[in-house]
Design a protein around this ligand. Structure first.
Ligand SMILES: CSC[C@@H](O)[C@@H](O)C(=O)COP(=O)(O)O
Length: 365
């Protein structure tokens, strides 16, 4: 097991002088193309079209979108209403990841304290940069907590299976589940990462495999249907995933296929760990039953990278997230601490201050 020299760090989003540069994740790993967003509409399109994706990264992009809104509107008496209208547009871009609504709410609160457009421009830019940095820092904390937890009972290196992409591309940097995996690698306890390819967008094949290979981590790509066979083998000790929304009882919405993986893991006695920042926790929803689940066009299932693979006319079902019940999750790791065997009281212990929080402006489903 050799550690290669660290390559240049991966970034999904870079803010430069009033321009949000967005790495177009739809083109990875074949091409590294940066989109230059200088208005709100290009950020809305970037989120909706999945140039940027992953719950924390979506929230960060939306925050920069509000900063761009302040730069875009003119010094009319209704400048504040104009920014608020842009915030509403951003809120309609994707429905499931609560980080989007959390970030927009933080930006709204910052806007409320500004009494001129000039002030709003600098305050909103600073707030978006802070949201970005805080997310990157939270990932480092979660990585350490998750690593310590996994090493509690480890007698030697073990394998981890993960789903979707939860790395630097999906966050402010380092990653949630992938951050935990990086931390175990750095501690010398990772034998291998199995990466589910994650149909239909192939975030595992295109993004997770790309991120891990660049850093020399031992990654093995598998099709989603191979997970049961892999878990039966006994090498995998943890299934580790991120989250798009965690409700007050510990239910977790994440990339479609996560629920099935959690059932497989329970059957095979493999631990299930969810790693997510507190911005992913939505204490306003009692259970996962009320999480809005994004449904995307069936053509995403009927084709792979633009090539049709199904007969014309077949109907396709394409929910892009599912909800894993708290009872199937062994531990939720956040930057505030760890919730083992999550339930209402375990969640309230760490997130009581968010209990009365609503998520205004949320797209209705
Ligand atoms: C740290 S990312 C956690 C989740 O956002 C991730 O697992 C996921 O489901 C991403 O879905 P996507 O549709 O690619 O935005």
């Amino acid at each position: 097991m050799t550690h290669k020299n660290s390559p240049e760090k991966v970034h999904a989003l870079v803010w430069e002088d009033g321009c949000l540069r967005m790495l177009d994740q739809r083109l990875l790993p074949a091409e590294e193309v940066w989109l230059e967003c200088t208005d709100v509409e290009s950020v809305v399109e970037g989120i909706r079209g999945m140039a940027v994706r992953g719950a924390p990264a979506i929230g960060i992009a939306a925050a920069y979108g509000v900063a761009l809104a302040a730069l875009e509107v003119s010094h009319d008496p209704d400048w504040r209403d104009q920014i608020a209208a842009h915030v509403e547009r951003l809120a309609q871009s994707r429905p499931t990841a609560v980080n989007l609504f959390w970030a927009l709410e933080r930006m709204r609160q910052s806007l409320a304290g500004c009494n001129s457009l000039g002030i709003a421009r600098s305050v909103l830019t600073a707030e978006a940069v802070a949201i970005h940095q805080e997310d990157a820092e939270a990932n480092q904390v979660m990585g350490r907590l998750a690593r310590d937890l996994m090493l509690e009972n480890a007698s030697g290196p073990f394998a981890i299976l993960t789903h979707c992409n939860t790395g630097a591309l999906a966050t402010g940097g380092y990653g949630t589940a992938l951050g935990a995996i990086r931390s175990v690698w750095d501690a010398g306890f990772l034998s291998r990462v199995y990466a589910d390819e994650t149909r239909p967008w192939l975030q595992g094949a295109r993004l997770t495999a790309w991120e891990l290979l660049r850093e020399g981590l031992p990654v093995v790509l598998n099709c989603d249907g191979a997970a049961a066979q892999i878990l039966r083998g006994g090498e995998v000790k943890w299934v580790i995933v991120g989250a798009d929304r965690i409700t007050a009882n510990g239910d977790v919405a994440n990339k479609i296929g996560t629920y099935g993986l959690a059932i497989l893991a329970r059957h095979h006695g493999v631990g299930v760990m969810v790693v997510a920042p507190s911005s992913t926790v939505d204490m306003s929803l009692p259970t996962g039953a009320s999480i809005p689940i994004e449904q995307r066009d069936g053509c995403e299932v009927k084709s792979i990278q633009g090539k049709t693979i199904a007969p014309a006319g077949v109907e396709a079902f394409n929910p892009v997230f599912d909800v894993t019940p708290a009872g199937l999750i062994d531990v939720i790791v956040t930057e505030r601490g760890v919730v083992r065997r999550p339930d209402m009281s375990g969640m309230a212990r760490l997130f009581n201050d968010q209990a009365s929080g609503s998520v205004p402006g949320q797209a209705s489903q």
